[in-house]
Design a protein around this ligand. Sequence first.
Ligand code: SF4
Length: 85
Amino acid sequence: MVTMAEIKSFLGTMGLTLRKLLRGENAIADYEDIQSRRMICYSCEFLTGKTKKTFSCLSCNCNISLKIMFTTAECPEGKWKTMDY
Ligand code: SF4
């Protein structure tokens, strides 16, 4: 079940992403950075799910494939940070 805190966190990330896009800034992370985040998540104790498409994070309940794409996203456990290109 998705909690209000998780919804708030997701909407916060989307809001920051939209703001960056409207300012003409890069909101999508570079391929290398996405891969780096992916490797961290795939070896994380909070990873859950059966396929790459359904992998999610037990800490924030986000879909991993989506979360790692946005420069404004960050790991709730401090394992990777937002990016500012
Ligand atoms: S976002 Fe952070 S806590 Fe969640 S699976 Fe990835 S590395 Fe682990």
